[in-house]
Design a binder for this molecule. Sequence first.
Ligand SMILES: [Zn+2]
Length: 130
Amino acid sequence: MLKLPVCPYCRAIYRYKDVKNVTHNKNCECHNCKRKFTVSYIRGRVIILAVTAVFLIALNLLMLNFLSGITILGCLILAVLFISLAVILFPFTVRFNKVDGEENKITLDDSKKKKRSQKNRSRKSNMSDK
Ligand SMILES: [Zn+2]
């Protein structure tokens, strides 16, 4: 799950910095194949924050139980540390998705051609009936 996103069409690789820059763009164009894709990050972000929160709570509970002399400040520093780690991992949870229209372009053209050829065929068969 934790890997940098690639272009959904040509699998072009994006660097950490590039991903960070495009995360909040709704639509993006591939630098390699120039096709458009959408950027989704909310789901991955929610998951990583939830995992971090659960882990943090568990760790704090363990520390409070087994370590004497742990202070609130210690817990706080730990929390900040883990949350910043989650933030650093954000670009790894970003995903690029194909835009429906972009992929359907080819298939739409195909179906149009098919319909046309079907019409031609029925015209021909009508003629032959006469
Ligand atoms: Zn591409």
